[in-house]
Design a protein around this ligand. Structure first.
Ligand code: HEC
Length: 124
């Protein structure tokens, strides 16, 4: 059975890809990546049914907002909903004692661009 952090790393990749798909308005890809993130959340819950760390219900409202934005092909709405999703990642990290794992919008500068540019490693 995968450990929670393995699922999280896959979710991080999905978070990056979802953002990128939204940035270039590839709505079918965005829809696909959002579905993958939701599936990971379901897996996390199944694997750790009794752990507060895996109570992913807070992710549902921002994921639903993203769904609406994708269906409407609305970039502005997408950006807003994506920020909400990211904030939800971070609130759970804070609540579960891993607040040092800080997720953010990916960066597109040549130096910082990487699949992990949606995480700040600076420690502040
Ligand atoms: C309900 C709580 C919760 C939510 C929501 C959540 N996480 Fe996590 N996350 C955790 C916990 C707990 C850990 C530490 C897991 C461990 O150490 O086994 C973690 C760890 C991580 C890690 C570190 C993995 C590693 O080993 O380097 C990343 C990256 C991550 N989460 C990304 C995300 C992203 C992106 C989202 C939102 C799309 C998210 N998380 C939403 C609880 C959550």
């Amino acid at each position: 059975m995968p450990r929670l952090n393995t699922l999280m790393m896959v979710t991080q990749l999905g978070h990056f890809k979802l953002w990128y798909a939204g940035a270039v308005q590839n709505w079918p890809l965005a829809n696909y990546e959002l579905a993958q993130i939701r599936a990971n959340i379901v897996d996390a819950r199944k694997l750790y049914p009794n752990k507060s760390e895996s109570n992913m219900s807070t992710m549902t409202p921002p994921a639903d907002d993203l769904d609406d934005a994708i269906k409407a092909k609305d970039s502005a709405k997408f950006v807003k909903a994506f920020a909400k999703l990211t904030a939800t990642c971070n609130s759970c990290h804070e609540a579960t004692g891993v607040g040092f794992i800080k997720i953010r919008d990916p960066r597109l500068s040549p130096i910082e661009t990487s699949p992990f540019s949606d995480e700040s490693f600076s420690g502040k």
